[in-house]
Design a protein around this ligand. Sequence first.
Ligand code: AMP
Ligand code: MG
Length: 468
Amino acid sequence: MSFNFDTTYSKLNPKFFSYITLKNIENPQFLLLNNKLLNELNINEPEEELIQILSGNKLLEKPIAQRYAGHQFGYLNNLGDGRAALLGEHVINNKRVDIQLKGSGITPYSRGGDGLLTLNSALREYLYSIALTNLNIKSSQSLAVVQTNNQVIREEIEQGAILTRVMDSHIRVGTFEFVSYSSSKEELKEFTNYVIKRHFNELENKKDKYLQFFEKVMNEQIDMIINWIRVGFVHGVMNTDNMSITGETFDYGPCAFMNSYNLNTKFSRVDTQGRYSFGNQKNILLWNLERFAETLIPIIDEEPKEAIKLLEKSLSKFEDLYEEKFNSMMKAKLGIKEEINCEKIIKKFQNWMQKNNPDYTNTFIELEHPGTFDDEEFQTNTFQNLRQELKEIGLDSTIMKKVNPHIIPRNYLVEEAIDEYVNKQDLTKFNQLLEVLENPYEINKKHKNYQQPPKKEYDLKYTTHCNT
Ligand code: AMP
Ligand code: MG
């Protein structure tokens, strides 16, 4: 089979998107092709044909750019796909996914941007989306990276690329912000019905379906953040336009994994206040959900006051729900059975990590397999005592090994792998890293080097940027 497009988004209200033309790419080349995903999607186009489609040269239908808004670092802006094109919605085995090109040229929403993506960013997004997927975190998928000879002007002139991104959908909190603020109540209702039908169809016939929809989204997004916390992921730019309604992690711009545990960890150069730091992701999620709730006011109840009351009631469930999921995740990381009440020791353990800044990933491996690492933090009496205390109630390997990765994409390894391609056209390191990231929960002595954290100074100086 091949592409099986049945695009529903372009049948919606025309003000929610624009038809676009794509930049023609001379001599496009596949740099990466995700064969596993191609198989899952049942796409077996010959490669000469596929490269034309995934570079945007051959169109199967007229591509669109989706319109949305978004609170960026707290401020509402009108946005939209400024450098992305939805090629179509591919349907396979009753599942529908968006197939989108990123970096395929300007659109009506480019706002002065060039519509392009650097090869460096395409490689990063490809790698992180695979890493998170293998860590069992719902994520956008990357189907291919096509190398182009577009020259992309950033701090320096860089080579361009087009990434093919696959997601259940690209509908985000920011989409609701745009729809709600630009439309009538009926139009908002129609759009929300579309989203419910597409993603939460079990709610279609429910009397209070819009409120339940809000709570479902809240639930999905809490799961996403809890998973980030579980593996030490810092997304870096949790603007409302980057928060998917289905709870898929996406837009791997300035993201990075934390090495040394510290709630204040942030890498993004533009995030001067630490708004999107590791430990603030929960607070920002709630803030974003409040913005999302506001968009639904007109359809929750005829009376805005009543609608606000109902949404506030839903939002008031956030704290307990988050805590419950957080504790359950931490219990699993510490190998403690779900039914055991152990919030005190979780807090104590977190405090120890915050004070001593051990390598987050390796801490849990060391708990399960003492003696694996010789970091000084693991030799202290405090750690040994904590381990003993945990041993009495937990440290059950069968629970721990499913949630504590042995391998994460260490920032310095990601940079080395990408640099080696960008500077020397050598993809060996990148492919090796991808291979190691295939089975992050597996113990493999051969991968010992990939478990090595950098020196603490490295992370303190390491910055990522949005200018991608
Ligand atoms: P992001 O920070 O990648 O989530 O992007 C925020 C907004 O800026 C989105 O509307 C993007 O489409 C847009 N954007 C980012 N980079 C570019 C670019 N190079 N050209 C045009 N639009 C861009
Ligand atoms: Mg974005």
